[in-house]
Design a protein around this ligand. Structure first.
Ligand SMILES: *Cc1c(COP(=O)(O)O)cnc(C)c1O
Length: 459
């Protein structure tokens, strides 16, 4: 087999994860792979708490009255909901099952945000009963909420009106100008049955300026609604805080260098379809930058606009709260040679790496963890793509030929870094009757050997 030079194979080194190192170095990852007999995810909840605290600090430092809701759809584990509740955050849910999970794992009803289009009547009823905030997506939904609140006579329904972004006019979510005007009238007519708390949006993409601009528009909408006698004291800016998986140099070098020959079967991806694996500011820093930015047509910062209007800022981060909170481990089950590279087959599927299902590729380099073998593996550059243990030609965990530092061998482990945000379980399925990879919670890393348990659902 041809041994290529390192320079000719683009790499995308993941940012270091201090909490992952002891899981590998202590031998725990290998022991778990043996014990569980298949791929598994491990979760690092302390990193979740740190991300949450950093966001709450960014709000405080900007002098903004704010509240963080963890967007639960980004990961199904119970432990993150528990950490959100313990950290004084709420949870953003979009189904009865998610709402039940959040309540069952310690989140108070009034700290729930219910989003999603055309919500199930059972979900709306539970939301009203538990005093959750409902981000209303359409006029017919608002009517259902009002009639529930009127007939239930338990408590008023708390609503935000979701706005169709002017910059994303083809979005299927939110209400346009005319619908918002009608919605405000209906809220007024509903009287005490409704608490119209304000407005919300969720933008796709990760740029900050469109978020600042739209947030400023929501502040104006609140001021107008208040003139009509509505409460309108909160705005939600949704999710989409960017996450950096790699450093700037690696990302830009990678984008410039990568070409079809670097992928199995000369597979091509549109670079615009890649998640932006590096952002100049990310996570809590991106929140701080957003608050310090100037929305269009104003000299004020977003933080000042919000403060001056006496508004509470809500956000619903998913991916950014989950940055560096987990990884996924597969075992190499087979290795075959191709002309200038190898195809490694692992004991799981790309259903445990969701990015592969969006015309895209999860790009951070997986880490090869060699296991005890009769002879040490030679060092060098050994390109290999990673396939799944299924009968689908297209089921590849990584089309790209990864420049491994050793030849991958059967029994070695392959660790995909930073997978907790959306990669682990949004697309998982027991395809081929393969079991779903379990989630292992690493509670404590501050001991010679990290302490672990399985993630536990109470429902
Ligand atoms: C998915 C979603 C989020 C979370 O988005 P991230 O990009 O993970 O931060 C927040 N709010 C709504 C309404 C969503 O649909």
């Amino acid at each position: 087999m041809e041994v290529d030079t390192a320079a000719s194979w683009p790499t995308l080194r993941a940012l270091p994860s201090p909490a992952t190192t002891p899981v590998v170095a202590s031998g725990l990852a290998a022991e778990l792979a043996y014990a569980l007999g298949g791929p598994f995810h491990f979760l690092l909840p302390d990193a979740f708490t740190a991300n949450l605290v950093a966001m709450q600090d960014a709000l405080t430092q900007a002098g903004v009255d704010g509240f963080v809701y963890y967007a639960k759809k980004a990961n199904k584990a119970a432990v993150f909901v528990e950490r959100a509740a313990a950290g004084g955050a709420g949870v953003d849910v979009a189904s009865v099952a998610e709402l039940r999970e959040a309540l069952g794992h310690g989140v108070r009803g009034e700290h729930l945000m219910v989003t999603g289009p055309a919500k199930d009547p059972a979900l709306l009823r539970l939301a009203v009963t538990h005093s959750a905030t409902i981000a209303v997506d359409a006029l017919d939904e608002l009517d259902r909420v009002i009639s529930l609140a009127l007939t239930g006579r338990v408590r008023p329904a708390r609503v935000l009106l979701r706005v169709l972004p002017g910059t994303q006019p083809h979005s299927r979510f939110g209400m346009n100008e005319g619908e918002l005007t009608t919605a405000l009238k209906r809220c007024l007519q509903a009287g005490d049955a409704i608490r119209m708390e304000g407005f919300s949006f969720h933008l796709s993409g990760y740029d900050l300026q469109p978020r600042a601009d739209l947030a400023a528009r929501l502040v104006d909408l609140c001021l107008t609604a208040r003139l009509q006698g509505l409460e309108a004291g909160r705005i939600s800016i949704g999710g989409g805080l960017p996450v950096s998986y790699t450093d700037a140099g690696s990302w830009h070098t990678f984008l410039a260098a990568q070409r079809p020959a670097h992928y199995h079967a000369r597979k091509t991806f549109r670079t615009g379809d890649f998640y932006p694996y590096h952002s100049p500011v990310s996570g809590a820093d991106a929140l701080a930058a957003l608050l310090a930015s100037h929305p269009e047509n104003t000299d004020s910062t977003l933080a000042d606009l919000i403060g001056d209007a006496g508004i509470e800022l809500l956000l619903e981060p998913g991916r950014a709260l989950l940055d560096q909170t987990g990884a996924t481990v597969f075992r190499v089950q087979g290795v075959k040679d191709r002309d200038s590279y190898r195809i490694v087959t692992v004991d799981g599927t790309s259903l445990s790496l969701s990015e592969q299902w969006f015309n895209s590729e999860y790009l951070p380099d997986p880490q090869l963890i060699p296991q005890d073998q009769p002879a040490p593996a030679p060092a060098g550059v050994f390109p290999a793509s990673v396939g799944a243990a299924t009968c689908l030609e297209s089921d590849m965990l990584t089309w790209r030929k990864i420049a491994f530092p050793h030849p991958p061998r059967v029994g070695d482990l392959l660790l995909y870094p930073n997978t907790a945000g959306y990669q682990m379980d949004s697309n998982e399925s027991p395809f081929h009757d393969l079991p779903l990879p379990p989630k292992v919670v690493i509670d404590r890393i501050d001991r010679p050997r990290p302490r672990w348990r399985l993630d536990r659902h109470f429902t």
